[in-house]
Design a protein around this ligand. Structure first.
Ligand code: GAL
Length: 424
């Protein structure tokens, strides 16, 4: 189903860029390294409206959940009052459906005047007054995925508009563009255009996601132009969706893992913790594996109505510290056996994070035995180590030897997240 969705999406590609114009810009500057913006040195953290609020523009029927200035101001207030900002969630991000149906008389994008009466600049000022940053959304092609004005042919104007509004992040979607070449040219052009504004704007791309149906993306090139990039289909509020993302990520880890690092991250899409579709164990699995994968932590939920357990999970400082580890190396699937997956991630100060996921979806909790010398390329616990369980609850497991065997119990669809420290 997901592959078909991607193919259908690829068919919607229809922007055609005048290559001669691009040639002057992109190839006029020898050896240009477009993106060295010093941003996203650790994975971006924040809140993004799409999965929970989608393209709901009916503020009469849904005054509290339509895509509006009010929604973002309320989320900004809660990000400060409820500890989200203190936990590291910094970027409050608008997704599709914020725009008016047409550009203004000068060809500039404009916010829907009813839903955003103060405009984006005023919303940005409000968000900045809370010590947060504001993200916005646009599209490389002729239209956004929901049919609002696309940036094709307006890259410089739109980049300057976003900078004038003091926006801090741009999520750039890939709908309605006709070919791989034009897709790549558009993403590169917008990267340069944002750079030229002189404002620090995190650049979140969907370039590989739209490239895959046409050919294997050039991740080295993508990493040069984007701060993070989506490669796989949209996350849904369902265990099926989380499993599909994890399976795609592990199946393609040989291609994507080594490209990630400070300034450029693989983005497996939003955290749906605190919504409706995942059990507690499955929410733990998403949080644990997004930490292992060094993924941007962009929640999409309703901070006005989130249960305390989900909030504690999302604000877990030990897990966030793994996600934000300064070494910036993405983790990977080490092995799969007996319906368990063992993932590991090298951390700074010779530590390792290890996630043990019970793939089985029948029966009860099961034991898994791990020979510690098999972890961390045989050095995670060499000659000895101290192991702490971080999820689903924090528990010090104590000191172990290189030759020790760790026995842990994992619930069906759940994950145990460990941190292995070599005593210094
Ligand atoms: C999709 C994108 C989603 C969301 C949506 C908006 O292409 O993957 O994350 O941005 O468009 O229409």
């Amino acid at each position: 189903m997901v592959r078909e969705k991607l193919y259908n999406r690829a068919q919607r590609l229809s922007c055609v860029l005048p290559l001669n114009v691009l040639g002057l810009v992109l190839w006029g500057i020898p050896g240009v390294r477009a993106l060295n913006n010093g941003l996203a040195m650790t994975p971006t953290m924040g809140w993004l409206h799409w999965e929970r609020f989608m393209c709901n523009v009916d503020c009469k029927e849904y005054p509290d959940s339509c895509v509006s200035e009010q929604l973002f101001m309320q989320m900004a207030d809660l990000m400060v009052s409820d500890g989200w900002k203190d936990a590291g969630y910094e970027y409050l991000c608008i997704d599709d459906c914020w725009m008016a149906a047409t550009r203004d008389s000068k060809g500039k994008l404009q916010a829907d005047p009813e839903r955003f009466p103060g405009g984006i600049r005023r919303l940005a000022n409000y968000v900045h007054s809370k010590g947060l940053k504001l993200g916005i959304y646009a599209d490389v092609g002729n239209k956004t995925c929901a049919g609002y004005p696309g940036s094709f042919g307006y890259y410089d104007i739109d980049a300057k508009t976003f900078a004038d509004w003091e926006v801090d992040l741009l999520k750039f979607d890939g709908c309605y563009c006709d070919s791989l070449k034009h897709l790549a040219d558009g993403y590169k052009y917008m990267s340069l255009a944002l750079n030229r504004t002189g404002r620090s704007i995190v650049y979140s791309c969907e370039w590989p996601l739209y490239a895959w149906p046409l050919q294997k993306p050039n991740y080295t090139e993508i990493q040069e132009y984007c701060n993070h990039w989506r490669s796989f289909g949209d996350v849904l509020d369902s265990w099926q969706s989380i499993k599909a993302i994890l399976d795609w990520s592990s199946s393609n880890q040989g291609t994507i893992v080594n490209v990630a690092g400070p300034g450029g991250w693989n983005d497996p899409d939003m955290l749906v913790i605190g919504n409706f579709g995942l059990s507690w164990d499955q929410q733990v699995t998403q949080m644990a594996l997004w930490a292992i994968m060094a993924a941007p932590l962009l929640m999409s939920n309703d901070l006005r109505h989130i249960n305390p357990q989900a909030r504690a999970l999302l604000q877990n400082k030990d897990v966030i510290a793994i996600n934000q580890d300064p070494l910036g190396k993405q983790g990977y699937l080490l092995r799969k056996e007996d319906n368990f997956e063992v993932w590991e991630r090298p951390l700074s100060s010779l530590s390792w994070a290890v996630a043990v996921r019970n793939v089985q979806e029948i029966g009860g909790p099961r034991f898994h035995m791990i020979s510690l010398f098999t972890l961390g390329k045989a050095v995670a616990c060499n000659p000895a180590c101290f192991i702490t369980q971080l999820l689903p609850v924090k528990k010090e497991l104590g000191f172990f030897q290189w030759s020790s065997i760790l026995k842990i119990k994992v619930n069906p669809t759940g994950t145990i997240l460990l941190q292995i420290n070599t005593p210094n």
